[in-house]
Design a protein around this ligand. Structure first.
Ligand code: ACM
Ligand code: ZN
Length: 762
């Protein structure tokens, strides 16, 4: 995706940048290595390069390791460093006795010598990456500050995923992307090659995968939750030839990156079915999807030809990818079609399976056996746990951490990629100026603070957590520039949680180093987002049951100024020093100032105070889905959930009813009731069938005072009920969940979500 480079070779561009970077670096005077090494100590010396500073390459070191560094150095310095066995200035060695950990290295820089000792080839390579990040160029005088670094990764699996089905990124862009993975010591690239919206890898035995499955008729414009859907009318697609794939795999290997291909099954198969409809339960016709989501038409698990097809596909995929692991998907496979398919039902009977979940397990286990017979292991998304885990499968835990925990407890390897923390297609900022993204909210700090080894695991079980990965689904990344803005700088946080020892992590320190790296990324022409220092907030309940607002910025040397009267904050406004109570309805506006200069976007939040603020709320059913932070205060905190439902304000009930009672503390006059309902059928969010408000003076006998059964807006439906004034202490709101999503609707047969926020009483 880094097509912003004009040239194919990263270094060429990297370099010009370096001259600039080094100036910035000189100002920062920080050694900004990301990920933070295990140990790093400065020694107050400086190594100065000259044209005669030779590099001695120890026995067995692959020259590829050095190519990357040399090109970089040449661009920066304007000359090459001579390579010769007897050189003393720079020494590279492999010594697995001296450096015990795989991929580890020691780097020593003194006035006289730079030496890098790697445990293995990768170790030498990573030592050189650290050296690259330490280079200073000043009027073409090349120096490195003296230091001793001892470094090795925390996790052996350090992954980045990229979806090329929803949007296709050309080889050039992929290679530039790989360069950046290498620079930040990420060693695995999970290449999501097939999905409903396009098949992206050439399979010679099935030419229709190239002529039909690689293309869709058009693409949705805007977010899929919007209704009705609007399309661009333009055919879209592309695929990688096998020759291109081979070149990319080689390119990655030279940078110590393993590529794991994902050939998705049994769901997310519409593009394949569009060319080979006999592989679906109904026989089609099918079309590659033109919008995003989960689709009912999947591979038929009762049809032998499905397995023949997938095995033939894998027969062509395996020689291209030397990786031990092959990802077979396994996520989001609706069972709707299998339930009514005679072939699938016959399979269930013949194989003595309990249900369609066990049929999925049969499917995955059968493909696992095939891949094992070819010497490979499978990775699947956490849904492969349903109906029983295939014997040697590695679980990629995305819906939460539970899948990884369950796998580790069953002594299966697991990789943590929980969407709540490490999905880079989610928003990184809540400001309305953010470009369209997938949903969710995974700011830089949240990714950085994610800990892949959860406390549910014993020390022994924790060993099965092989590492961590961030995922980049490309629905809303239509161009390389858009992709870059989503991926950077958050990918650097992922790099650090994957590499750096837990005890060495420190967000403030990371941000300091990141500011140096941002200069580097800018010079590399990477469209990295810079919203991470903008104001964030948190709401809490004061001892007096008032709403307290806390504001925060991480911008060094800055101050926050705010207003509560709707005016734009200036240096003359109130200076923020600590959380404050909101005592009246209105808008809080705040801005960060560095000196006299405003930084970033203005923060704005509307507060709607009412009689139920901070009062006790009892919920009959507990909310699910991580839409809010957990307690019921968010229902009575005076802040309305946003239309992106990613601000922690909404309460989601999955297939269950809303029933909430607020206790106002004493009997009083009530004349206004309200609540907000979120309706997005394309997100499985359904309005209640019936919504009622009831009041009570004693908490026992309730009187219905309001009823509503239609909610027409796609999005937020505000309910405002003016009632005849009544004396009440308790207010009960009930909303009946739609239950199971009806036939003909998106994801029919699944449980509907009922999302509500702010229970308003006045
Ligand atoms: C996934 O995000 N569906 C794995
Ligand atoms: Zn079937």
């Amino acid at each position: 995706m880094i097509n912003l480079f004009n040239s194919r070779k990263l270094f060429v561009k990297v370099i010009c940048l370096m001259l600039f970077v080094t100036q910035a670096q000189a100002q920062v005077k920080e050694q900004g290595i990301i990920p933070q090494p295990f140990k790093i100590q400065k020694n107050n010396t400086v190594f100065t390069f000259s044209r005669s500073s030779g590099i001695a390459v120890g026995n067995g070191i692959d020259s590829d390791n050095l190519t990357f560094f040399n090109q970089y150095f040449h661009q920066l310095a304007g000359y090459n460093l001579p390579i010769n066995k007897t050189a003393t200035a720079i020494k590279l060695n492999i010594d697995s006795a001296n450096v015990e950990q795989p991929e580890g290295y020691k780097l020593s820089v003194t006035a006289k010598q730079i030496s890098i000792t790697g445990h293995d080839q990768a170790g030498v390579f990573y030592g050189l990456q650290s050296l690259v990040q330490l280079l200073h160029a000043d009027a073409r005088k090349m120096t490195v500050e003296g230091c001793v670094v001892e470094d090795h990764p925390r996790f052996s699996y350090r992954g980045m995923h990229l979806d090329v089905s929803r949007h296709f990124f050309k080889v050039d862009a992929i290679e530039k992307w790989i360069d950046l993975l290498a620079l930040y010591k990420i060693n695995t690239f999970h290449w999501h090659l097939t999905d409903d919206q396009g098949w992206r890898i050439e399979i010679k035995k099935y030419p229709l995968l190239q002529s039909i499955s690689a293309y869709r008729d058009e693409t949705i414009i805007g977010h899929k939750r919007d209704s009705p859907h609007v399309f661009d009318g333009k055919r879209y697609g592309g695929y990688y030839t096998q020759e291109e794939v081979k070149a990319v795999v080689k390119y990655a290997m030279e940078r110590h990156i393993t590529i794991i291909p994902e050939i998705e099954m049994p769901g997310h198969a519409l593009a394949a079915l569009s060319a080979y409809p006999q592989l679906g339960c109904t026989g089609g016709p099918y079309k590659a999807a033109t919008f995003w989501g989960i689709f009912d038409d999947v591979y038929c698990a009762g049809n032998e030809e499905t397995f023949t097809f997938l095995q033939n596909v894998l027969d062509e995929v395996l020689p291209l990818f030397p990786s031990k692991y092959i990802h077979i998907g396994g996520d989001e496979c609706p069972k709707t079609k299998w339930k009514t398919c005679p072939k699938c039902q016959k399979r269930i009977k013949d194989e003595h399976l309990k249900d369609e979940h066990e049929l999925q397990s049969y499917f995955i286990s059968r493909m696992e056996k095939y891949l094992n017979s070819k010497g490979r292991q499978i990775i699947g998304w956490d849904e492969i746990l349903e109906g029983g885990l295939a014997p040697g499968a590695t679980v990629m835990s995305w819906t939460g951490e539970e899948g990884g925990i369950a796998a580790a407890k069953q002594h299966h390897d697991a990789i943590m990629t929980p969407e709540k923390y490490v999905y880079l297609d989610y928003y990184q900022s809540l400001y309305s100026s953010e470009p369209l993204a997938g949903g969710g909210y995974t700011p830089l700090s949240k990714i950085y603070n994610y800990e892949p080894i959860t406390k549910e695991l014993t020390t022994d079980e924790a060993k099965y957590i092989k590492g961590v990965q961030a995922n980049a689904w490309s629905e809303y990344m239509a161009s390389p520039a858009q992709a870059e803005r989503q991926l950077f700088p958050r990918m650097l946080a992922l790099a650090e949680i994957a590499w750096t020892d837990k005890g060495n992590k420190n967000y403030a320190g990371f941000l300091k180093r990141l500011r140096y790296q941002q200069t580097l990324l800018k010079q590399l022409n990477i469209n990295s987002a810079n919203t991470f220092d903008e104001i964030t907030d948190s709401l809490s309940e004061s001892a007096g049951h008032e709403v307290q607002l806390a504001l925060n910025t991480t911008l060094p040397g800055s101050n926050i100024y705010y207003t509560t009267d709707g005016s734009a904050p200036t240096l003359k406004s109130k200076k923020y020093s600590k959380p404050f109570s909101i005592t009246a309805s209105g808008t809080v506006k705040a801005a960060v100032f560095s000196g006299a200069k405003q930084y970033g976007h203005m923060y704005e939040k509307d507060f709607h105070l009412h009689k139920a603020i901070g009062k006790s709320v009892t919920l009959t059913n507990q909310p699910k889905g991580g839409y809010n932070s957990g307690d019921a205060f968010g229902l009575v905190n005076g802040v309305f959930g946003n239309k992106l439902y990613n601000d922690g304000q909404w309460y989601g009930f999955n297939g269950e009813d809303l029933e909430a009672v607020v206790d106002l503390g004493k009997v009083q006059t009530v004349s206004q009731l309200g609540i907000n309902i979120l309706k997005y059928h394309w997100q499985k969010m359904w309005e209640p069938q019936v919504l009622t408000f009831e009041t009570s003076a004693d908490g026992k006998t309730y009187t219905e005072v309001y009823r509503q059964t239609t909610f027409n807006a796609n999005g937020i439906n505000p309910v405002h009920a003016s009632i005849k004034p009544i004396q009440a202490r308790y207010v009960r709101v009930k909303g009946t969940n739609k239950g199971i999503i009806p036939p003909g609707e998106y994801i029919a047969g699944a449980k509907a979500w009922l999302l509500v926020d702010e229970l308003i009483v006045d």
